[in-house]
Write a protein that binds this ligand. Structure first.
Ligand SMILES: Cc1ncc(COP(=O)(O)O)c(C=O)c1O
Length: 381
Protein backbone atom coordinates (compact mmCIF):
# COMPACT_ATOMS: atom_id res chain seq x y z
CA UNK A 1 0.00 0.00 0.00
CA UNK A 2 1.39 3.43 -0.96
CA UNK A 3 1.52 6.36 1.44
CA UNK A 4 -1.79 8.14 1.84
CA UNK A 5 -2.06 11.22 -0.37
CA UNK A 6 -4.25 13.90 1.21
CA UNK A 7 -6.94 15.41 -1.02
CA UNK A 8 -5.52 18.92 -0.86
CA UNK A 9 -8.49 20.87 -2.16
CA UNK A 10 -11.04 19.14 0.07
CA UNK A 11 -8.71 19.57 3.09
CA UNK A 12 -8.50 23.27 2.29
CA UNK A 13 -12.27 23.58 1.94
CA UNK A 14 -13.14 21.33 4.87
CA UNK A 15 -10.84 23.30 7.14
CA UNK A 16 -11.80 26.84 6.12
CA UNK A 17 -15.07 27.10 4.20
CA UNK A 18 -17.15 27.80 7.32
CA UNK A 19 -14.47 29.97 8.91
CA UNK A 20 -14.43 32.76 6.32
CA UNK A 21 -16.92 35.52 5.59
CA UNK A 22 -17.06 34.74 1.86
CA UNK A 23 -16.68 31.27 0.44
CA UNK A 24 -15.77 31.38 -3.25
CA UNK A 25 -14.22 27.92 -3.08
CA UNK A 26 -17.59 26.19 -3.56
CA UNK A 27 -18.31 25.01 -7.09
CA UNK A 28 -22.09 24.81 -6.84
CA UNK A 29 -24.76 27.48 -6.56
CA UNK A 30 -26.19 28.93 -3.36
CA UNK A 31 -27.98 25.85 -1.94
CA UNK A 32 -31.72 25.52 -1.75
CA UNK A 33 -33.53 25.45 1.59
CA UNK A 34 -35.79 22.51 2.46
CA UNK A 35 -38.74 24.90 2.20
CA UNK A 36 -37.74 25.99 -1.33
CA UNK A 37 -37.37 22.40 -2.48
CA UNK A 38 -40.75 21.39 -1.05
CA UNK A 39 -42.34 24.44 -2.69
CA UNK A 40 -40.79 23.65 -6.08
CA UNK A 41 -42.11 20.12 -5.59
CA UNK A 42 -45.74 21.12 -6.30
CA UNK A 43 -48.33 18.53 -5.21
CA UNK A 44 -45.68 15.89 -4.47
CA UNK A 45 -43.79 18.45 -2.38
CA UNK A 46 -46.95 19.29 -0.43
CA UNK A 47 -47.62 15.67 0.33
CA UNK A 48 -44.01 15.07 1.40
CA UNK A 49 -44.13 18.19 3.60
CA UNK A 50 -47.32 16.93 5.26
CA UNK A 51 -45.72 13.57 6.08
CA UNK A 52 -42.21 14.77 6.88
CA UNK A 53 -42.56 14.93 10.65
CA UNK A 54 -43.91 11.37 10.68
CA UNK A 55 -41.17 10.00 8.44
CA UNK A 56 -39.62 7.15 10.34
CA UNK A 57 -35.86 7.53 10.47
CA UNK A 58 -34.97 3.89 10.05
CA UNK A 59 -32.42 2.48 7.63
CA UNK A 60 -33.63 2.85 4.09
CA UNK A 61 -33.20 0.39 1.22
CA UNK A 62 -29.43 0.49 1.25
CA UNK A 63 -28.75 0.93 -2.48
CA UNK A 64 -31.37 3.71 -2.60
CA UNK A 65 -35.15 3.41 -2.48
CA UNK A 66 -36.79 1.76 -5.49
CA UNK A 67 -38.47 5.06 -6.38
CA UNK A 68 -35.22 7.02 -6.19
CA UNK A 69 -33.35 4.52 -8.35
CA UNK A 70 -36.21 4.42 -10.84
CA UNK A 71 -36.09 8.21 -11.17
CA UNK A 72 -32.32 8.20 -11.57
CA UNK A 73 -32.52 5.41 -14.17
CA UNK A 74 -35.11 7.39 -16.13
CA UNK A 75 -32.42 10.02 -16.80
CA UNK A 76 -30.34 7.53 -18.79
CA UNK A 77 -31.94 5.98 -21.87
CA UNK A 78 -31.76 2.19 -21.66
CA UNK A 79 -30.97 2.13 -17.92
CA UNK A 80 -33.14 0.43 -15.30
CA UNK A 81 -33.19 0.74 -11.49
CA UNK A 82 -30.87 -2.28 -11.11
CA UNK A 83 -28.17 -0.49 -13.08
CA UNK A 84 -28.08 2.25 -10.44
CA UNK A 85 -26.51 2.53 -7.00
CA UNK A 86 -27.53 5.54 -4.90
CA UNK A 87 -24.67 6.77 -2.74
CA UNK A 88 -23.71 9.42 -0.23
CA UNK A 89 -22.72 12.10 -2.72
CA UNK A 90 -20.79 11.72 -5.93
CA UNK A 91 -17.75 11.36 -3.68
CA UNK A 92 -18.89 7.96 -2.40
CA UNK A 93 -19.87 6.87 -5.90
CA UNK A 94 -16.35 7.73 -7.15
CA UNK A 95 -14.79 5.98 -4.18
CA UNK A 96 -16.77 2.77 -4.70
CA UNK A 97 -16.00 2.77 -8.44
CA UNK A 98 -12.29 3.25 -7.82
CA UNK A 99 -12.21 0.58 -5.15
CA UNK A 100 -13.99 -1.91 -7.38
CA UNK A 101 -12.08 -1.22 -10.60
CA UNK A 102 -8.55 -0.50 -9.43
CA UNK A 103 -6.31 -3.47 -8.90
CA UNK A 104 -3.11 -2.92 -6.99
CA UNK A 105 -0.27 -1.70 -9.18
CA UNK A 106 -2.73 -0.65 -11.90
CA UNK A 107 -2.12 2.24 -14.23
CA UNK A 108 -4.97 4.66 -14.75
CA UNK A 109 -5.25 7.86 -16.72
CA UNK A 110 -7.11 11.07 -15.95
CA UNK A 111 -7.79 14.29 -17.75
CA UNK A 112 -5.96 17.06 -15.92
CA UNK A 113 -6.84 19.46 -14.45
CA UNK A 114 -9.70 17.65 -12.79
CA UNK A 115 -11.38 17.11 -9.44
CA UNK A 116 -8.47 15.38 -7.72
CA UNK A 117 -10.38 12.75 -5.73
CA UNK A 118 -9.81 9.82 -8.08
CA UNK A 119 -6.20 10.77 -8.97
CA UNK A 120 -5.37 10.96 -5.24
CA UNK A 121 -7.10 7.63 -4.57
CA UNK A 122 -5.35 5.88 -7.46
CA UNK A 123 -1.97 6.88 -6.05
CA UNK A 124 -2.99 6.18 -2.44
CA UNK A 125 -4.05 2.65 -3.44
CA UNK A 126 -0.72 1.97 -5.13
CA UNK A 127 -1.62 2.72 -8.74
CA UNK A 128 0.09 5.04 -11.21
CA UNK A 129 -1.67 7.86 -12.97
CA UNK A 130 -0.98 8.98 -16.57
CA UNK A 131 -2.06 12.55 -17.20
CA UNK A 132 -4.11 13.44 -20.25
CA UNK A 133 -3.69 17.21 -20.28
CA UNK A 134 -6.59 19.48 -21.12
CA UNK A 135 -5.17 22.20 -23.35
CA UNK A 136 -6.13 25.75 -22.53
CA UNK A 137 -5.35 26.93 -26.07
CA UNK A 138 -7.84 24.36 -27.36
CA UNK A 139 -10.68 25.37 -25.05
CA UNK A 140 -9.53 22.94 -22.34
CA UNK A 141 -9.99 19.94 -24.62
CA UNK A 142 -7.86 16.77 -24.54
CA UNK A 143 -5.71 15.85 -27.52
CA UNK A 144 -6.90 12.47 -28.89
CA UNK A 145 -3.24 11.44 -29.34
CA UNK A 146 -2.63 11.89 -25.61
CA UNK A 147 -5.67 9.71 -24.91
CA UNK A 148 -4.39 7.03 -27.28
CA UNK A 149 -0.90 7.14 -25.77
CA UNK A 150 -2.26 6.76 -22.22
CA UNK A 151 -4.04 3.54 -23.21
CA UNK A 152 -1.04 2.32 -25.21
CA UNK A 153 1.11 2.77 -22.10
CA UNK A 154 -1.30 0.46 -20.29
CA UNK A 155 -3.93 2.63 -18.56
CA UNK A 156 -6.79 0.29 -17.63
CA UNK A 157 -9.22 3.15 -17.06
CA UNK A 158 -9.58 6.81 -17.93
CA UNK A 159 -11.20 9.28 -15.58
CA UNK A 160 -12.96 12.08 -17.39
CA UNK A 161 -14.81 14.84 -15.56
CA UNK A 162 -17.39 16.23 -17.94
CA UNK A 163 -18.38 19.05 -17.68
CA UNK A 164 -14.97 19.69 -16.22
CA UNK A 165 -14.00 20.94 -12.81
CA UNK A 166 -12.17 23.39 -12.58
CA UNK A 167 -12.53 24.78 -16.13
CA UNK A 168 -16.29 24.46 -16.69
CA UNK A 169 -15.55 23.25 -20.24
CA UNK A 170 -17.64 20.58 -21.94
CA UNK A 171 -15.98 17.89 -24.06
CA UNK A 172 -16.34 18.54 -27.78
CA UNK A 173 -18.26 15.71 -29.52
CA UNK A 174 -15.19 14.63 -31.54
CA UNK A 175 -13.07 14.36 -28.36
CA UNK A 176 -15.77 12.33 -26.64
CA UNK A 177 -15.88 9.96 -29.62
CA UNK A 178 -12.08 9.68 -29.64
CA UNK A 179 -12.06 8.74 -25.94
CA UNK A 180 -14.74 6.10 -26.50
CA UNK A 181 -12.97 4.68 -29.52
CA UNK A 182 -9.53 4.42 -27.90
CA UNK A 183 -10.95 2.97 -24.66
CA UNK A 184 -12.94 0.37 -26.60
CA UNK A 185 -9.91 -0.62 -28.66
CA UNK A 186 -7.88 -1.24 -25.51
CA UNK A 187 -10.67 -2.85 -23.48
CA UNK A 188 -10.29 -0.07 -20.92
CA UNK A 189 -12.86 1.50 -18.61
CA UNK A 190 -14.18 5.03 -18.82
CA UNK A 191 -15.11 6.53 -15.47
CA UNK A 192 -17.15 9.62 -16.30
CA UNK A 193 -17.77 11.99 -13.42
CA UNK A 194 -20.73 14.02 -14.67
CA UNK A 195 -21.65 15.95 -11.51
CA UNK A 196 -21.83 19.29 -13.36
CA UNK A 197 -24.18 17.89 -15.99
CA UNK A 198 -27.47 19.79 -15.83
CA UNK A 199 -25.70 23.05 -14.89
CA UNK A 200 -25.04 24.08 -18.51
CA UNK A 201 -25.29 27.77 -19.34
CA UNK A 202 -26.89 26.97 -22.71
CA UNK A 203 -29.55 24.76 -21.13
CA UNK A 204 -28.57 21.95 -23.53
CA UNK A 205 -27.79 18.82 -21.50
CA UNK A 206 -24.22 17.53 -21.78
CA UNK A 207 -24.30 14.16 -23.59
CA UNK A 208 -23.67 11.39 -21.07
CA UNK A 209 -21.09 8.65 -21.50
CA UNK A 210 -23.72 6.21 -20.24
CA UNK A 211 -24.72 3.66 -22.85
CA UNK A 212 -21.82 4.57 -25.15
CA UNK A 213 -19.69 1.52 -24.38
CA UNK A 214 -19.63 -1.70 -22.36
CA UNK A 215 -17.01 -0.55 -19.89
CA UNK A 216 -18.48 2.77 -18.87
CA UNK A 217 -19.52 3.91 -15.43
CA UNK A 218 -21.01 7.32 -14.81
CA UNK A 219 -21.16 9.13 -11.47
CA UNK A 220 -23.42 12.07 -10.68
CA UNK A 221 -24.97 13.81 -7.70
CA UNK A 222 -27.47 16.38 -6.49
CA UNK A 223 -24.70 18.66 -5.21
CA UNK A 224 -23.98 20.94 -8.17
CA UNK A 225 -26.67 21.16 -10.86
CA UNK A 226 -29.43 20.63 -8.29
CA UNK A 227 -28.09 22.96 -5.57
CA UNK A 228 -28.60 20.29 -2.88
CA UNK A 229 -25.11 19.33 -1.63
CA UNK A 230 -26.26 18.97 1.96
CA UNK A 231 -28.53 16.08 1.05
CA UNK A 232 -25.36 14.10 0.25
CA UNK A 233 -27.04 12.07 -2.45
CA UNK A 234 -25.23 10.85 -5.54
CA UNK A 235 -25.18 7.78 -7.72
CA UNK A 236 -23.27 5.52 -10.04
CA UNK A 237 -24.93 4.13 -13.15
CA UNK A 238 -23.50 1.33 -15.25
CA UNK A 239 -24.89 -2.20 -15.66
CA UNK A 240 -26.63 -4.45 -13.13
CA UNK A 241 -23.63 -6.70 -12.26
CA UNK A 242 -21.33 -3.73 -11.71
CA UNK A 243 -24.01 -1.84 -9.76
CA UNK A 244 -24.33 -4.91 -7.50
CA UNK A 245 -20.55 -5.02 -6.98
CA UNK A 246 -20.47 -1.32 -6.12
CA UNK A 247 -23.33 -1.81 -3.68
CA UNK A 248 -21.29 -4.52 -1.92
CA UNK A 249 -18.54 -1.92 -1.48
CA UNK A 250 -20.80 0.67 0.13
CA UNK A 251 -21.72 -1.92 2.79
CA UNK A 252 -18.24 -1.09 4.06
CA UNK A 253 -18.49 2.69 3.78
CA UNK A 254 -21.82 4.28 4.70
CA UNK A 255 -24.29 1.35 4.31
CA UNK A 256 -27.00 3.60 2.87
CA UNK A 257 -27.92 7.19 2.01
CA UNK A 258 -29.80 8.96 4.84
CA UNK A 259 -33.54 8.18 4.83
CA UNK A 260 -34.54 11.84 4.91
CA UNK A 261 -32.18 12.59 2.05
CA UNK A 262 -33.51 9.70 -0.02
CA UNK A 263 -37.06 11.12 0.31
CA UNK A 264 -36.03 14.67 -0.61
CA UNK A 265 -33.82 13.44 -3.45
CA UNK A 266 -36.70 11.41 -4.85
CA UNK A 267 -38.78 14.59 -4.87
CA UNK A 268 -36.04 16.63 -6.56
CA UNK A 269 -35.91 14.06 -9.38
CA UNK A 270 -39.67 13.89 -9.96
CA UNK A 271 -40.76 14.81 -13.45
CA UNK A 272 -41.49 18.52 -13.58
CA UNK A 273 -39.79 19.18 -10.25
CA UNK A 274 -36.36 18.35 -11.65
CA UNK A 275 -36.70 20.85 -14.48
CA UNK A 276 -37.69 23.63 -12.04
CA UNK A 277 -34.73 22.81 -9.80
CA UNK A 278 -32.31 22.92 -12.75
CA UNK A 279 -33.89 26.14 -14.00
CA UNK A 280 -33.14 27.78 -10.65
CA UNK A 281 -29.49 26.72 -10.89
CA UNK A 282 -29.10 27.91 -14.46
CA UNK A 283 -30.68 31.24 -13.60
CA UNK A 284 -28.11 31.84 -10.86
CA UNK A 285 -25.24 30.73 -13.10
CA UNK A 286 -26.32 32.91 -16.04
CA UNK A 287 -26.67 36.07 -13.92
CA UNK A 288 -23.54 35.60 -11.82
CA UNK A 289 -21.42 34.61 -14.80
CA UNK A 290 -22.13 38.08 -16.24
CA UNK A 291 -21.21 39.67 -12.94
CA UNK A 292 -17.89 37.84 -12.95
CA UNK A 293 -17.24 38.74 -16.59
CA UNK A 294 -17.73 42.47 -15.80
CA UNK A 295 -15.40 42.21 -12.82
CA UNK A 296 -12.68 40.58 -14.96
CA UNK A 297 -13.13 43.05 -17.84
CA UNK A 298 -12.87 46.00 -15.42
CA UNK A 299 -9.36 44.97 -14.47
CA UNK A 300 -7.80 45.18 -17.92
CA UNK A 301 -5.00 42.71 -18.55
CA UNK A 302 -4.80 41.31 -15.04
CA UNK A 303 -6.92 38.22 -15.72
CA UNK A 304 -7.89 35.97 -18.59
CA UNK A 305 -10.19 32.96 -18.63
CA UNK A 306 -12.50 30.97 -20.83
CA UNK A 307 -16.08 31.56 -19.86
CA UNK A 308 -17.34 28.31 -18.30
CA UNK A 309 -19.96 26.37 -20.25
CA UNK A 310 -21.29 24.65 -17.12
CA UNK A 311 -21.10 24.98 -13.35
CA UNK A 312 -20.62 28.02 -11.14
CA UNK A 313 -16.83 27.95 -11.46
CA UNK A 314 -14.29 29.90 -13.47
CA UNK A 315 -10.65 28.91 -13.77
CA UNK A 316 -9.01 32.31 -13.98
CA UNK A 317 -5.41 32.88 -15.07
CA UNK A 318 -3.73 35.87 -13.43
CA UNK A 319 -0.58 37.73 -14.43
CA UNK A 320 0.36 39.08 -10.98
CA UNK A 321 3.66 37.53 -9.86
CA UNK A 322 2.55 35.56 -6.81
CA UNK A 323 2.20 31.83 -6.22
CA UNK A 324 -1.44 30.70 -6.20
CA UNK A 325 -1.27 29.03 -2.76
CA UNK A 326 0.34 32.15 -1.25
CA UNK A 327 -2.32 34.26 -2.89
CA UNK A 328 -5.17 32.07 -1.62
CA UNK A 329 -3.71 32.08 1.89
CA UNK A 330 -3.45 35.89 1.89
CA UNK A 331 -7.03 36.16 0.64
CA UNK A 332 -8.18 33.91 3.45
CA UNK A 333 -6.23 35.60 6.22
CA UNK A 334 -6.38 39.24 5.13
CA UNK A 335 -9.76 39.38 3.33
CA UNK A 336 -11.69 36.42 4.78
CA UNK A 337 -12.37 35.11 1.26
CA UNK A 338 -11.75 31.49 0.29
CA UNK A 339 -10.79 30.60 -3.30
CA UNK A 340 -9.09 27.46 -4.64
CA UNK A 341 -5.46 27.96 -5.70
CA UNK A 342 -4.48 26.54 -9.10
CA UNK A 343 -1.69 24.65 -7.29
CA UNK A 344 -4.32 22.28 -5.94
CA UNK A 345 -5.07 21.27 -9.55
CA UNK A 346 -1.37 21.15 -10.45
CA UNK A 347 -1.54 24.49 -12.32
CA UNK A 348 0.00 27.51 -10.63
CA UNK A 349 -0.91 30.97 -11.94
CA UNK A 350 -4.65 30.22 -11.76
CA UNK A 351 -7.36 30.55 -9.15
CA UNK A 352 -10.73 28.82 -9.26
CA UNK A 353 -13.46 31.27 -8.40
CA UNK A 354 -16.85 29.89 -7.44
CA UNK A 355 -19.49 32.39 -8.51
CA UNK A 356 -22.61 30.70 -7.11
CA UNK A 357 -23.30 32.87 -4.01
CA UNK A 358 -26.12 35.45 -3.91
CA UNK A 359 -25.26 38.47 -6.12
CA UNK A 360 -24.59 40.99 -3.30
CA UNK A 361 -22.27 38.56 -1.50
CA UNK A 362 -20.44 37.81 -4.72
CA UNK A 363 -20.04 41.52 -5.32
CA UNK A 364 -18.48 42.13 -1.91
CA UNK A 365 -16.24 39.04 -2.15
CA UNK A 366 -14.96 39.92 -5.64
CA UNK A 367 -14.28 43.47 -4.41
CA UNK A 368 -12.04 42.01 -1.70
CA UNK A 369 -10.21 39.77 -4.18
CA UNK A 370 -9.59 42.79 -6.38
CA UNK A 371 -8.31 44.77 -3.40
CA UNK A 372 -5.79 42.07 -2.56
CA UNK A 373 -4.51 41.95 -6.15
CA UNK A 374 -4.14 45.75 -6.02
CA UNK A 375 -2.14 45.44 -2.82
CA UNK A 376 0.11 42.69 -4.17
CA UNK A 377 0.78 44.71 -7.32
CA UNK A 378 1.18 47.93 -5.34
CA UNK A 379 -1.43 49.65 -7.50
CA UNK A 380 -3.76 52.21 -5.92
CA UNK A 381 -7.14 50.56 -5.24
C1 LIG B 1 -16.20 16.63 -10.29
C2 LIG B 1 -16.69 16.36 -8.91
N1 LIG B 1 -17.04 15.12 -8.59
C3 LIG B 1 -17.51 14.81 -7.37
C4 LIG B 1 -17.61 15.79 -6.39
C5 LIG B 1 -18.12 15.37 -5.05
O1 LIG B 1 -19.27 16.04 -4.73
P1 LIG B 1 -20.50 15.39 -3.95
O2 LIG B 1 -19.97 14.28 -3.12
O3 LIG B 1 -21.03 16.50 -3.13
O4 LIG B 1 -21.43 14.91 -4.99
C6 LIG B 1 -17.24 17.10 -6.68
C7 LIG B 1 -17.32 18.16 -5.65
O5 LIG B 1 -16.85 19.26 -5.81
C8 LIG B 1 -16.77 17.40 -7.97
O6 LIG B 1 -16.40 18.63 -8.32
Amino acid sequence: MSPFEPFEMERWQSTWEHRVEFNLSESGVHPMSTRELLALGGAEGESLAAGLLELRLGYGQSNGSDELRARIAALYPGAGPDDVLATVGGAEANFAVLWRLLEEGDDWAAVLPTYMQIPGLVRSFGGRLFPVPLREAEGWQPDPDDVRRAFEKGARALLVTNPNNPTGAILAPDRMSAILEHAERHGAWIVADEVYSGAEVSGDPTPSFHGRGERVVVTQSLSKAYGLPGLRVGWAVSNAPLAADLWARTDYTTITPATLSDALATLALAQGVRSRVLERTRGIIAANREQLARWVADQGERFSYQAPEAGAIAFVRYRTPINSSDLAERLRVEKSVLVVPGDQFGLDGFIRIGFGPPAEELDEALGRVRALFDEVEGTPG
